[in-house]
Design a protein around this ligand. Structure first.
Ligand SMILES: Nc1ncnc2c1ncn2[C@@H]1O[C@H](COP(=O)(O)OP(=O)(O)OP(=O)(O)O)[C@@H](O)[C@H]1O
Ligand SMILES: [Mg+2]
Length: 267
């Protein structure tokens, strides 16, 4: 039995309107789906529209550029492009959450980790300081942060890059999102730490059934997280298929070129 996808994107076009009056047609007829507990890796060359796709699904725009999206972006059947701004805001964190390349983008540098990872919880109910620290330590422990009680009291700069990214992931998943979007989540990390973060994503999928959309320019990352890979070029998905198959026997010439350019990706 196949269940309805958590994310269902159809015929998605995104046009950016820049402050200097230019219009950029970035996404062209993008279609993809992700089921609960499944992972989709979006790969492609720089400027192919991967981050714009992630931001269109999340429903956030850069401060200066207006994005106009047409087509369908459905979260559990609900058309997000037709949703009101209030509804979209309500879905952030609880329906869809995002992890950025630089955890400092997700984390506030001047606020302790404990306050941040419990912030969206305290929006819903009041916590005492002790409850906050305990809850934060639990959330950090769930993403395998060692010595979580001490780390909960720390500021982001006191953590290593890998632990900061874990804290950002704890923050992203604390309200139980159904879809987690990660844009180049491991690009700033060394190979060992990268592997551990990718394992953490795998665990989040398996244990919580989170649907995962990972943007990466690194085919080895796409392979490691498994699932399906979408190859983007100039705003279009040119090939979509199981990671193993796509990397072993690419059908599209552009995919083949990507694979050839990154010899480590096939192993
Ligand atoms: N805020 C913006 N204002 C103007 N143009 C933008 C903006 N964001 C993206 N673009 C343009 O949209 C296109 C797609 O950009 P996008 O950031 O999605 O690429 P990408 O695939 O994520 O690349 P990278 O691998 O380098 O992160 C590019 O031509 C880019 O210049
Ligand atoms: Mg990008």
């Amino acid at each position: 039995m196949t269940s309805a996808p958590v994310l269902d994107v159809r015929s998605l076009d995104t046009v950016l309107h820049t402050p200097d009056g230019r219009s950029l047609h970035v996404l062209h007829g993008v279609g993809l789906t992700i089921a609960a507990g499944e992972c989709l890796g979006v790969v492609g060359e720089s400027g192919s529209g991967k981050s714009v796709l992630a931001r269109t699904v999340l429903g956030v725009e850069s401060r200066t550029t207006r994005a106009v999206a047409t087509g369908e972006v459905r979260l559990n059947g609900e058309d997000l492009l037709a949703a009101t701004p209030a509804r979209r805001a309500a879905l952030l964190g609880t329906g869809i959450a995002m992890v950025h390349q630089d955890p400092m983008t997700s984390l506030n540098p001047v606020v302790r980790i404990a306050e941040q990872v419990t912030e969206s919880i305290t929006n819903r109910r009041r916590l005492s300081r002790r409850e906050r620290l305990r809850t934060a330590a639990e959330l950090l422990a769930a993403v395998d942060v060692p010595d979580p009680a001490r780390r909960a009291r720390a500021h982001p700069h006191e953590l290593s890059g890998g632990l900061r990214q874990r804290a950002a992931i704890a923050l992203a998943v604390c309200c139980g999102p159904e879809l987690l979007i990660a844009d180049e989540p491991t690009t700033a990390l060394d190979a060992l730490v990268r592997g551990r973060i990718l394992d953490l994503f795998t665990a989040l999928r398996a244990e919580r059934g989170i649907a995962l959309l990972v943007v990466t320019h690194d085919l080895a990352v796409a392979r490691r997280i498994g699932g399906t890979v979408a190859v983007m070029r100039a705003g279009r998905v040119v090939e979509l298929g199981p990671a193993e198959r796509l990397l072993e026997t690419p059908e599209h010439a552009f995919t083949a070129a990507l694979v050839a350019a990154e010899p480590g990706a096939r192993r």
